[in-house]
Design a binder for this molecule. Structure first.
Ligand SMILES: [Ca+2]
Ligand SMILES: [Ca+2]
Length: 378
């Protein structure tokens, strides 16, 4: 209530600012905290293009992070006509390539979103090294008896940024310890607490589901063919929850290049299994769906086995045709079989090879063999 009265006083009294060349100008400005509150949208962005003409300025930015509000557009254009009395105010953007912290107003009209700076001044600051650094084209603001300097704005904006920004993977990892991850596995895992081989634990963070949080991927190596893997996802309360525990010895998390399939971020994981004389590498395709782990497909990548004097080998390749209607997954499999000489290495007699191709279709959830799809349709 008190705040409301104060606000309306501001409007009545007007706001005096010190702007070069403009004495006691009346522009739309507010205190650092009020500017943050007034903004519909607060983002960090990269300046892509800047066009300054005599009477109009236009800047194009690419949104990097949304810190407040919802922003349906990745690319935003801001335009301002020159004001005869006040000139450009603070509408003077940086060179293309600059990283900025920007406070915006926005609304939807006629099916399109329109954006504009929050107020006439102090809506733009530079971002560097994970902090809001300097207010750009700053102006000292005086409202009644109080005044706010560039530092006041920068400090308030940086404080807001630190709370709402997405931390980098390195920063997220710095906040975790192996003991914490081990404790999470021991308390949430399906096995008995003391049966996990924690000495073999390693972990990393990755964005598996395109939300603002990092997911944790962890694995335990217990031997050539023995291991476990775990994925933790943050729940609505901000706590990490174990969403899958697999008896997989992970050889490779291939998380950097997801396949975009039906809006799902499908990732690759290679595991290894086997036993005496048998060594098998398996490819898994998986994704997270609303906090659930879904394995979309698994298949052999390589298999080698020696049984007495028989050598068996399987070599496979796969490729998803992302341009096909059902995101067809092609799998090529070549088998090689022969007898071994007594040295256990040299082939003896005929080498039998056979290559087959299998096709799978994505049914919206997993990859199923094409033949079963045909059966379903007839
Ligand atoms: Ca995520
Ligand atoms: Ca998540």
């Amino acid at each position: 209530m008190h705040k409301k009265i104060w606000l309306s006083m501001l409007i009545l009294l007007g706001i005096f600012i010190w702007l070069p060349g403009v004495a006691n100008a009346r522009l739309s400005v507010s205190t650092p905290e009020e500017t943050i509150e007034r903004a519909d949208l607060i983002v960090t962005a990269t300046v892509i293009n800047r066009n300054c003409e005599d009477e109009q300025r236009q800047v194009t930015i690419k949104v990097d992070e949304v810190l407040k509000g919802t922003c349906p557009d990745n690319i935003i254009k801001l335009t301002k006509q020159k004001d005869e009395e006040y000139g450009w105010g603070g509408f003077d953007f940086l060179e293309p390539g600059a990283k900025i912290f920007l406070l915006l107003g926005g609304n939807q009209t006629g099916g399109y979103w329109r954006y504009w700076p929050t107020g006439d001044l102090n809506f733009l600051a530079l971002v560097a090294d994970g902090h809001v650094r300097d207010l750009y084209q700053d102006s000292k603001i005086g409202i009644n008896d109080q005044s706010w300097t560039q530092e006041d704005y920068t400090k308030a904006y940086d404080a807001f940024y630190q709370i709402h920004r997405r931390v980098t993977a390195t920063e997220a990892l710095d906040k975790m310890t192996k003991e914490q991850i081990a404790a999470m596995i021991q308390t949430q895992g399906k096995q008995d607490k003391d049966s996990y081989y924690i000495e073999g634990l390693s972990y990393n963070v990755a964005d598996l589901d395109d939300d603002a949080d990092w997911e944790i991927v962890a694995q335990i190596d217990g031997g050539v063919h023995l291991g476990k893997c775990f994925i933790f996802d943050k729940d609505a309360r901000g706590d990490y929850k174990l969403i899958t525990e697999q008896d997989w010895k992970v050889e490779q998390w291939d998380l950097a290049y997801p396949l975009e399939i039906d809006g799902k971020k499908v990732l690759k994981l290679v595991t290894r299994t086997g036993g005496t004389g048998v060594d098998v590498w398996i490819m898994h395709l998986f994704y997270l769906d609303q906090g659930s782990f879904i394995e979309a497909w698994q298949g052999t990548l390589q298999e080698r086995s020696v049984f007495k004097s028989n050598w068996f080998q399987k070599i496979c390749g796969y490729q998803v045709d992302l341009y096909s209607e059902n995101k067809r997954l092609y799998v090529w499999e070549t088998t090689i079989q022969y007898q071994l000489e007594p040295d256990g290495v040299t082939p003896k007699g005929e080498i039998k090879t056979d290559t087959t191709t299998k096709v799978y279709l994505f049914n919206g959830s997993t990859f199923i063999p094409e033949e079963s799809e045909d059966k379903n349709n007839t």
